[in-house]
Write a protein that binds this ligand. Sequence first.
Ligand code: NAD
Ligand code: UGA
Length: 480
Amino acid sequence: MSASSVSSRSINQVPVSTTIKSICCIGAGYVGGPTMAVIADRCPAVQVTVVDLNADRIAAWNDPDLSQLPVYEPGLDVVVGRARGRNLHFSTAVEEAIAAADLVFISVNTPTKTKGLGAGQASDLKWVEASARTVARAAQGHTIVVEKSTLPVRTAAVIQEILEAAEGRGEQKTFSMLSNPEFLAEGTAIPDLEAPDRVLIGGQDPEAIEALSAIYRQWVPAERILTTNLWSSELSKLTANAFLAQRISSINGIAALCEATGADVREVARAVGADSRIGAKFLQAGPGFGGSCFQKDILNLVYLCRHYGLEEVAAYWEQVVALNSWQQHRIARLVVTKLFGTVTGKRLAVLGFAFKADTNDTRESPAIQICQDLLEEGAQLVIVDPKVSEAQITKDLGQGSLGDVNPGGWQMASSAAEAAAGADAVLLLTEWAEFGALDWDGIAAVMRQPAWLFDARALLDPEIFHSANATIKLWMIGKG
Ligand code: NAD
Ligand code: UGA
């Protein structure tokens, strides 16, 4: 579909009441669950039903024990506890919930394609297309369909085409299409949703835009609700993630230069970030960015640029991902080098496996690549994470013992001290607050000497660490 045909309202639009009474969200994941919980909490007059094909996930969202929710987010249990059963529902009855809804969010997964056209870069839109087809089939009356998933620019045209086909069959149904990307970060999802920097709504239909804005205005100041056309909204989401990730690769590149020159990346970041044009956020050097979205969204941007013949732009953004991957390998190599060139058979304690603190999510966690590299070198890893389960780590790293050919293997421990017992090194890979407050004297006493601590998050204060403890050699990201 051409841009002009979309801007000339290709989809059947009928006047809608600006009052939304019933919302359905397809996808009960990290975004769908918390986002709908906050909408239900802030809009008690609106019925919100989150649906998913994954029955186990829905059962977990309905678990009476709020500590068993499938997503760990500080404050989520309280919000769900307030709204669930009142106007927040979790269900596998997808079509039923769509039929009852005035507005349907599509919040399904959009991972990078693993095979076929665009493999390794383009987003796999099969779940989005399936959702659009289900909406086309099950919707009744007028339905506002909202892209909540992060999508390539012009995906709305695909969804519109599917919806239009249903309208064309002469059934009594009409649709309006909006884009409303989500900017929450994991670990801070609830505060991000309750006080967002902005809410972005893209679309052509003013009535639909107003209807969705009215929902957000229940708790978001009107001046923070931005409206754009569909394509700007879709592209803004990819661009925001690309800019954030670019800052991390930039500071990680400088961290390596700091280590080589005697500068300290935290001091450099403070000095650079004090410039109000640059700002202080997202300048924390670390083991590389993880999470389900930064890499996927940049690769998608790269794919789009290539598709439109913009090779130089594609190469520019591709480098952000390349540097991130280099950083992860660099840290693993550095550990091997410091431990006399070999970690074969050596016990290494790994503190943190989640891609950041305050989440149980390990998707694209830098810990995965770093651990894989060390396992390849034959290390015996002992992993501690306050929220990540052994089952998840098994999915990410494979079985604990790698067999006879490679002495490498991994196991879990329940505390840092247990993991460090007999270890040659501790690797701090996720910035959980509790790792910043460990008794390093006690840990040093149980480690094999000479012992190393590799602080890949610059979580510790080196001066305090050294004054309290002289027996562990400390390497810190961006300082050496
Ligand atoms: P997720 O994998 O946690 O959840 C997606 C859910 O959708 C799954 O439970 C899956 O079973 C369900 N699903 C897929 N197809 C379905 C269908 N046809 N019918 C019903 N359910 C279906 O994914 P997520 O992390 O919530 O991400 C969702 C989207 O939001 C992605 O596009 C992502 O890029 C974007 N996003 C994610 C974050 C984040 O922090 N995770 C933040 C902003 C945006
Ligand atoms: C990120 C964005 O921050 C959200 O705005 C966006 O909605 C989301 O992606 C998405 O689209 O999925 P998230 O991945 O949950 O959120 O978490 P971030 O806080 O952005 O952290 C991403 C990674 O970058 C983590 O591994 C984190 O440790 C790392 N990071 C972050 C750094 O290494 N340094 C920093 O200064 C900041």
